[in-house]
Write a protein that binds this ligand. Structure first.
Ligand code: PEP
Ligand code: MG
Length: 693
């Protein structure tokens, strides 16, 4: 038997991500491996047990191995633990804003409007006064319109008290195996839709079902004569309660995951198949306070016409999932939706984020017409995608795409993008154990430059740290990584890594039209240091100069834009981070998602100042945050003078089409008024009223 003592250095302790790395490593050894923290000793091959240890940063734990490979196990596991087990755990999973390429499919082929044949009594009687004024509002999260009866989604209570599994139903082991199969299917479905974060949820659920301690505990109970239903429920609940009792919001989410996956197995044992909830056998509009991705992924397109939820924002996982599934959706809706009577007829509009309650026949006819027009517009937008985006009075706006891979660049061209306004190079650096070589990077940048055939490609240098840690870059644990060593700060502190990337971009540039952009710049000195290094490399390699710009995503950079402008060729405004830092709202916080709105006048004033400063020095101002794809924001941004909108790939045709319907002479006064509003909601109302959107 071998033992070693280790101090946990991870900022968030033995949290989900490091715990997963630890458990997977431990599983590779034959020896029995355990970890002790205080009086508690647990099996290191059990994720659930490791989580319940409650080992926070600074905890002293004892790693113990007993068996044929104990020596090697102790050596490798302790060294991985000292190395941070994949390092910094971000405080909350931040959804990436880039909707998957598939979202384009849902946006252009969202299902046609269905008016559900709701059972008698559910539809407004004809002749009643038009109650369409009865509009409940939220934020349009996935486009499309649907009309149908309200169905309130609540997680079904599984009543198993004193209940034996129904005859012929699955045993615990069979249910576990089937649940794992279901999760694999869900995982693959998400991977196919390029929904990595959602795929990870189902992957994690699958791992929980592989947890030896959990499964053995339930099996032991069955052996002792306990009913398999309650044996499983109690084994799950015991552990979920232990994790939940650690009073840690991140772990609370793991406890919820465990209960969620536990219910999946129970449903199978109860012969309920894979349904977390029994939906009526006619199509409905689902209303809920919140929805888990696992609930939404199970929605059957024949029965769920769309959904409205109180929580969540337009960039939340649930919104991205809805877009990928082609389900019209409203998020951040007024709480009044929860009070709607079941079966009330509603018209859900995922385009403008409204829910018309008990619409009159006239309103219904209008909604049907709107949906028809919407589908027609999308079709035309796609047909005209490669035409330039020029307003009715001749103002030209470049509409480029945000890309994160070579495949994205191909897709962006198909969608008619005028270039790549933001190439997130992180894709080359994440999900691997060593940094990509200069040659590898050169190959990829060159391929993208060639794909875009001289259309501009803005290559953003590495923006990791913060929400995007990578295992091979050792970073000291940070209490607040979003305010830590990320973006340009990290690159300037690692000149070797930075140099390699700059060399690769400079070498690839002559193969197309590449420009370089530095992320997270907050101070002019950072820009100067980065530019000096770039120039040094360029002279060494004797290569032509490329245009250089910075992201404006930190309020200090926006406020001092006139100081930066003379030293750059362009600005690109990153509203995802700019909004986060201006409003003090974590961009990935699920409960605050509705507050993370870049149309907030405080953010708009920073954008306006940035554009003015750029233009004063004859430089371009672009936007590459998600706000540029938001139909309500496009008129305001153009009115403020934005030269280019770099949007999610699926949005390119629709944003271009929208620009063609606008008139700059109306947008400038609109933008001025927006700057005088007091809230994002006021700005959205203003745009809706002025442009009759
Ligand atoms: C932004 O912050 O708006 C942005 C585009 O950068 P990222 O989303 O990659 O942080
Ligand atoms: Mg950013």
């Amino acid at each position: 038997m071998k033992q070693v003592e280790i101090v946990i250095e991870n900022s968030t302790g033995l949290h989900a991500r490091p715990a997963k790395v630890l458990v997977n490593l431990a599983k590779q050894f034959k020896s029995n491996i355990s970890i002790q923290h205080g009086a508690k000793r647990v099996n290191a091959k059990s994720m659930v047990s490791v989580l319940t240890l409650g080992a926070v940063k600074g905890s002293l734990v004892t790693l113990e191995a007993a068996g044929e490979d104990e020596e090697k196990a102790i050596q490798e596991i302790s060294s991985a633990m000292r190395g941070g087990l994949g390092d910094v755990e971000p405080p909350a999973a931040a959804p990436r804003e880039e909707p998957p390429a598939e979202a384009s499919v849902s946006q252009t082929t969202a299902k046609p409007l269905k008016t559900a044949d709701a059972p008698a009594g559910s539809v407004t009687e004809a002749g009643k006064s038009d109650r369409a004024k009865n509009i409940l509002r939220g934020i349009g999260a996935a486009p499309g319109i649907a009309v149908g009866p309200v169905f309130h989604f609540k997680q079904m209570e599984l009543d198993i008290e004193n209940r034996e599994p129904p005859p012929g139903s699955l045993s615990l082991n069979e249910a576990l195996a089937q649940a794992k199969d279901q999760l694999k299917v869900l995982y693959q479905r998400m991977v196919d839709r390029k929904l990595a974060a959602e795929a990870a949820i189902f992957d994690a659920h699958g791992e929980l079902l592989d947890d030896p301690e959990l499964v053995e505990s339930a099996q032991e109970r069955v052996k002792k004569g306990e009913n398999p239903l309650s044996a499983w429920r109690d084994a799950v609940e015991e552990r979920a309660a232990a994790i939940g009792s650690l009073k840690d919001t991140l772990l609370a989410a793991r406890a919820d995951d465990l209960r969620d996956v536990g219910r999946r197995v129970l449903r199978l044992m109860l012969g309920m198949g894979d349904k977390g909830i029994t939906l009526p056998d006619y199509p409905v509009i689902v209303i809920a306070e919140e929805l888990a991705p696992s609930d939404t992924a199970m929605f059957d397109a024949e029965r769920v016409l769309g959904f409205a939820i109180v929580n969540g924002g337009p960039t939340s996982h649930i919104a991205i999932l809805a877009r990928a599934m082609g389900l019209p959706a409203v998020v951040g809706a007024e709480e009044a939706i929860l009070k709607l009577e079941v079966m009330t007829q509603v018209a859900l509009n995922g385009n403008d984020g409204t829910l018309a309650v008990s619409p009159s026949p006239e309103t219904l006819a209008r909604v049907v017409e709107e949906q028809r027009r919407w589908l027609e517009e999308r079709r035309t937008a796609q047909e005209q995608a490669s035409n330039p985006a020029v307003t009715l009075d001749g103002y030209h706006v470049d509409v480029t795409a945000n890309a994160g891979s070579d495949a994205n660049a191909v897709e962006a061209r198909k969608k008619g993008a005028d270039g790549i306004g933001l190439l997130r190079t992180e894709f080359l650096f994440l999900e691997r154990t060593t940094a990509p070589s200069e040659e590898e990077q050169f190959g990829v940048y060159r391929a993208i430059a060639e794909t875009m055939q001289n259309l501009p490609v803005i290559v953003r240098t590495l923006d990791i740290g913060g929400d995007k840690p990578v295992p091979y870059i050792q970073m000291k644990p940070e209490l607040n990584p979003f305010l830590g060593e990320r973006g340009i700060r990290l690159c300037l502190n690692r000149p070797d890594l930075f140099r390699q990337q700059l060399c690769a971009i400079l070498r690839a540039a002559p193969h197309g039209n590449l420009k370089i952009m530095f992320p997270m710049v907050s101070d002019v000195a950072e820009l100067r240091r980065a530019k000096a290094l770039l120039e040094e490399i360029r002279l060494e390699l004797n290569l032509p100069a490329v245009q250089v710009g910075i992201m404006i995503e930190v309020p200090s950079a926006a406020l001092l834009a006139e100081k930066f402008a003379p030293e750059v060729d362009f600005f690109s405004i990153g509203t995802n981070d700019l909004t986060q830092y201006t409003l003090a709202v974590d961009r990935g916080h699920p409960a605050l998602a509705a507050m993370h709105d870049g149309l907030h006048p405080a953010v708009l004033r920073l954008i306006a100042h940035t554009i003015e400063s750029a233009h004063r020095y004859g430089k371009r101002a672009d936007i590459c945050g998600e706000l540029g794809s938001d139909a309500a924001a496009v008129p305001v941004l153009i009115g403020l003078g934005m030269d280019e909108l770099s949007v999610s790939i699926p949005s390119v045709p629709t944003v271009k089409a929208q620009v063609r319907r606008l008139r700059m002479s109306e947008l400038q006064p609109l933008a001025k008024k927006a700057l005088e509003c007091a809230s994002a909601r006021e700005v959205r109302d203003l745009v809706r009223q002025e442009l009759k959107m």
